[in-house]
Ligand binder design. Structure first.
Ligand code: ZN
Length: 409
């Protein structure tokens, strides 16, 4: 009997990115079959069962990878910080910039002042850059509202982007990102409002899939982070953490204690914390764009992460202050050049491992029967080209939930 399906893509070189399979999980001369947005068959062309498909596409030997996943962005914000960038290169100090109203506070003000429509339009421009490079899932954090009204608004806007484009949006509440100007330096009182006002409002509306904190000397302490994690537990929300970017506060170990999905940045990560992350299954998210933009010199301990078997994801950290980066392919290149990841580690880091960092392993991240049909089709001769090139975009087209974008030439 012939099974009726929606779509068949044949004559492809498939990098399934399944773990355990040979580096890229390669199938040469392969077919992918989708029904109702999901993958229902994948394998060699000559072994395809009898399907009657609405649409059959010959990919002429092109490479197909899982749709790419950016598991750490701050994509929704108002304004930008280009003037500040210019001032700094003209010799202004951080203090001078801060006194002139610059820094994160300027983004908070621009975000609070923007209408929903303006926030949405500005964010869509950035989102389209990601989709143009094969991204089918993207995480977006709040954290430039720093009060209930604007934090909830940011997350609503983030959600609305998923109605305007065919992409999966995962939302993370990051109220504990920075101290708003009206807090007058009282971090503990602000954390009270994060736990008792902002988070309950967000949970009640179902606006977040996870909760994050910026744990650092210029952010929040270990104890303050713990209080936010305890509050997240009440609402059954998984946690993630900006940890060990500028100093070692043992944030990653704390994250592991709370079975965090991921600990992110990790330039100053200790081996003790790595051991805890390995035991808890907490993913290490590497953010080479911020490392590059801030001219950081402390490379995350990649060899130790490998040795202890902590899976590494790669993300852009797209944000106006420390990583104005909207290219996941460039993030892959930087992970290889700056952090010495291998191209297969970089591609795993934006597919299978990135899905894990978002708790989406059952849904996306590899080309596997039962998962969403999220794919990227490339004009390349080998997947290493995705990490190798700088500023090239070899995407042919993107397939998200079984639906294809228009192919490029
Ligand atoms: Zn970040």
């Amino acid at each position: 009997m012939t099974v009726k399906v929606d779509t068949v893509w044949r004559n492809a070189r498939i990098a399934t990115m399944e773990s355990g399979a040979a580096p890229y999980g390669e199938i040469n001369g392969g077919t992918i079959v989708a029904e109702d947005g999901k993958i229902v068959w994948v394998g060699a062309d000559q072994e395809v069962p009898a399907f009657s498909a609405d649409k059959i596409t010959d990919l002429d030997g092109r490479w197909v990878t899982p749709g790419l996943i950016d598991c750490h962005t701050h994509l929704v914000y108002g304004g930008n910080r280009a003037r500040e960038f210019e001032q700094r290169l003209n010799g202004a100090t951080y203090e001078e910039i801060s006194n002139a109203g610059g820094g994160i506070v300027s983004t908070v003000k621009a975000t609070r002042d923007a209408t929903d429509h303006e926030l949405c339009q500005q964010s869509l421009i950035r989102l389209d850059d990601f989709l143009g490079e094969g991204v089918t899932t993207i995480e977006i954090k709040s954290g430039y509202g720093l009060n209930t009204e604007t934090e909830t608004r940011m997350l609503r806007v983030a959600g609305s982007l998923g109605d305007l484009r065919n992409v999966r949006i995962q939302r993370t509440f990051l109220g504990a990102h920075a101290l708003p100007p009206e807090a007058d330096g009282d971090k503990n009182a602000y954390i009270d409002s994060v736990c008792n006002d902002q988070l309950p409002a967000i949970a009640v509306e179902g606006l977040a899939d996870a909760v994050d904190v910026f744990c650092d000397q210029i952010g929040f302490t270990y104890d303050q982070t713990q209080r936010v994690f305890d509050a997240a537990k009440i609402y059954n929300l998984p946690v993630k953490l900006h940890a060990e970017q500028l100093s070692d506060l043992s944030g990653a170990a704390l994250a592991a204690d709370y079975n965090a999905l991921s600990a992110d940045h990790l330039e100053f990560l200790s081996e003790t914390s790595i051991v805890k992350m390995a035991a808890a299954g907490t993913i290490a998210v590497l953010l080479p764009g911020a490392f590059y933009f801030l001219r950081d010199t402390n490379v995350p301990p990649i060899d130790l992460l490998r040795r202890h078997g902590v899976p590494m994801a790669v993300a852009t950290d797209c944000n106006p202050g420390s990583s104005p980066l909207t290219s996941i392919l460039l993030a892959m290149n930087m992970a290889c050049t700056l952090f010495h990841l291998t191209p297969v580690e970089a591609l795993s880091g934006v597919t299978r491992i990135a899905a894990k960092a978002l708790g989406l392993s059952d849904i996306t991240g590899t080309i596997t029967v039962g998962k969403a049909c999220d794919l990227a089709v490339w004009n390349i001769e080998h997947p290493s080209e995705l990490s190798y090139a700088m500023g090239q975009n070899p995407l042919y087209y993107r397939i998200a939930g079984g639906l294809s974008d228009q192919p490029k030439l």
